[in-house]
Design a protein around this ligand. Sequence first.
Ligand code: PHE
Length: 339
Amino acid sequence: MLDKVKELIGEVTAFNGTTKDEIETFRIKFLSKKGLLNDLFNEFKNVNPAERKDFGQALNTLKNLAQDKVNQLKDTLENASDQKGFYGDLTRPEEPIELGSRHPISLVRNKIIDVFSRIGFTVSEGPEIEDDWHNFTALNLPEYHPARDMQDTFFIETNPDILLRTHTSSVQVRYMENNKPPIRTISPGRVFRNEDISARAHCIFHQVEGLYIDTDVSFADLKQTLLYFTKEMFGKSKIRLRPSYFPFTEPSAEVDIYWGLETETDYKITKGTGWLEIMGCGMVDPNVLKNANIDPEIYSGYAFGMGIERIAMLLYQIPDIRMFYENDVRFLEQFKSVL
Ligand code: PHE
């Protein structure tokens, strides 16, 4: 009997279970109600009285050892799983990463920049708060020129010389003042006009204006560049130029693209004509070149300007310009898949 207990002491000492199941099986085998220890304690009365003392002591040793073993192995196991917790459960599916989306204005602006940079245009920027010279006077719009009314202006405080730019043509004036031809640059940016807000118009919107100045630049160069742009931007290859008026260009034109009349939406947005106006353009007026210290006898150039919102509305069929500024995530999320 005593030998049996000693053998079991050896087994308990040697036991080194590493999983929860192994430790539990061990506990049941030795310490549960129907376990070996209970059986042995029940044997106690059958043991020869002379051996009872040794037997009892050995049995207590066995019991304590088994108990300690279970506690110790459980502790080790728990510490080990704590360490695993440091990395988390590696078999779990990963946390979903919420994808953001670019604002449609940025998408369209980036695309316009991309299309023009492929034919050598740089990007230029300037201040949103402008002086009269850069926004009007240098652009052949002297004081009291009636065409100033074409763009209702926000003035800063009571100083009529400081205003919020009404177009990014002001950036082109700055660019001409600081750079020698040849010039090829586009100026994307925010502009401000004192207009009533509606589904079609807003007092803050965005433009991209372009400027090209070199020797021997002709109207044909302008037309070809615009054709390239409309093909790349809209996949449309028919444009027409309607005579128009801008103080800073002569001659001036409005650019229409042939959108088509295939769907009901085409009918709606082109008012049944198939044609859509997308920008203004023209040959830079010699007065404007002079104002920027560029000799109009040597150089000529063209300029164009378009509203980003209008183009985004066409491309993504957005019915109301105000949606661009509301920051409603249900609207913005729809541009997730567009790069
Ligand atoms: N600056 C004009 C506007 O804001 C657009 C334009 C730019 C027209 C260049 C012709 C040439 O309406």
